[in-house]
Design a protein around this ligand. Structure first.
Ligand SMILES: CC(C)(COP(=O)(O)OP(=O)(O)OC[C@H]1O[C@@H](n2cnc3c(N)ncnc32)[C@H](O)[C@@H]1OP(=O)(O)O)[C@@H](O)C(=O)NCCC(=O)NCCS
Length: 394
């Protein structure tokens, strides 16, 4: 049906005029054609629909992993009013009851047809979606707000801090191959096996967190730790997206999915964002808490240099790292071992490579603000979202 997304005067509409439902495959395509107006460029709508179709077939999203919901006009199932996607995620929780594996979820691509904006449609759809995920027993969910902190908090979402480091690479920056030492590049399959190890490490860490609370008799503490696990399926969703866009826009294959230090202890994985012209770090791992801090920092510098070299090679002027470690909690950055090595490595790069590399530590306010919601909209006293890195975004 043509013209469903015409921008014109907003049409009056109320919740009585719409039907909430899981999308048919036709409604899913119509939703992509509609929201492509915002998210397709620099691809065409057709290319964008191709990417979204491909993503729906990835291990993460296939077989109901991602569910697509719409509000359609009750007079016409093909007139999409609002749409969004909900993806099931593997998670862990550690709280006063111990540690457990759970099914969590994330919500993305929240969109309202421009004709019907400002009439409470997206809010209405999200309330329905929240009921669906609660009923399915999902303990918590995430979304990344591109529209500030007000809209989603009104719907019961808790917005978290969003620190990041942005490396601006000047045109005249040259990174000679001999500067990128002590690392080898990673192919997709190797990242998958590193992810398996990382998942096992996090399960162990969560068991320890829960155990320590019991031993120290702090079970009355109300801090809840959660994580969205960096599973192979989660990372390969990003790789499929990256591969498609690089092929369509540059006719280029992605070969390097990241890098690893030669001792195998630290690794990084990235995504070439041609739309935002950034190399985005999906995940960076530098040893464990028991690794000496100086070694962690040196490894992080090596990996970040490999990322900067990759960005230069692809003509991307920025490298973006969401600061790894825990988001949320009031202790952000204080005594947090991941915060320490990440900021120390960024400072070293600034010292050694400035002014050709400008290093900016900032709060991300213009997009991707991590937000969490607990089942039933319950508000938790203190949540610590472990490993809140870009890999969990989708
Ligand atoms: C955001 C969006 C889904 C809202 O849909 P909607 O049906 O108009 O939403 P509702 O009527 O339920 O709520 C409107 C509220 O959205 C918020 N909002 C919408 N666009 C916003 C923006 N760009 N920045 C901040 N808040 C915004 C406002 O709080 C607004 O409330 P107000 O009318 O009192 O100012 C719609 O504007 C849209 O599709 N935008 C483009 C895609 C997008 O940015 N999606 C969000 C991704 S996180």
């Amino acid at each position: 049906m043509g013209g469903q997304g015409d921008t014109g005067t907003a049409a009056p509409i109320t919740v009585n005029d719409v039907v909430f439902t899981e999308a048919t495959s036709r409604q899913r395509t119509l939703s992509w054609e509609l929201n492509g107006a915002s998210w397709a460029p620099p691809m065409t709508i057709e290319q964008y629909v191709g990417r979204e179709t491909g993503l729906s077939q990835t291990a993460l999203s296939a077989n109901g992993g991602t569910k697509y919901y719409v509000l359609h006009h009750k007079s016409d199932p093909e007139l999409i009013v609002s749409a969004c996607e909900v993806t099931a995620k593997q998670g862990l929780v550690a709280d006063k009851n111990g540690s457990r594996e759970v099914t969590a979820y994330s919500i993305a691509s929240v969109f309202t047809n421009p004709r019907f904006r400002g009439h409470g449609m997206a809010s209405h759809m999200l309330r329905h979606v929240q009921q669906v995920v609660d009923k399915a027993g999902a303990e918590y969910g995430a979304l990344y707000s591109d529209i500030g902190r007000v809209f989603y908090t009104r719907l019961g979402w808790q917005d978290l801090r969003s620190p990041q480091v942005l490396f601006h690479l000047r045109d005249d920056l040259r990174i000679p191959p001999e500067a990128v030492t002590g690392v080898t590049h990673l192919a997709e399959e190797t990242v998958a096996s590193l992810c398996e190890q990382e998942v096992a490490t996090w399960k162990e860490r969560f068991r320890r967190i829960a155990q320590q609370r019991q031993q120290q008799n702090i079970s009355s503490s109300n801090t809840t730790h959660i994580i969205f696990l960096p599973t192979p399926a989660q990372l390969s969703w990003h790789f499929a997206r990256d591969k498609y866009v690089c092929k369509i826009l540059l006719d280029r294959e992605v070969v390097h999915r990241g890098a690893q230090t030669t001792d195998g202890k630290a690794w990084i994985s990235w995504d070439h964002d041609l739309r935002e012209k950034k190399l985005k770090i999906l995940k960076i791992v530098v040893g464990g808490e028991d690794e000496p801090p100086a070694k962690r920092k040196t490894d992080a510098v090596k990996l970040l240099l490999a990322a900067m070299a990759e960005a230069k090679e692809w003509g991307l002027p920025k490298v973006l790292m969401w600061i790894p470690g825990a988001a949320g909690g009031n202790h952000l950055g204080q005594g947090d071992w991941e915060w320490e090595w990440a900021t120390a490595a960024a400072t070293d790069i600034w010292r050694e490579w400035g002014p050709q590399v400008q290093v900016v530590l900032e709060e991300r306010e213009d997009g991707s603000i991590p937000s969490l919601r607990w089942m039933g909209g319950e508000s938790l006293e203190e949540v610590v979202w472990e490993d809140s890195e870009y890999y969990a975004w989708c």
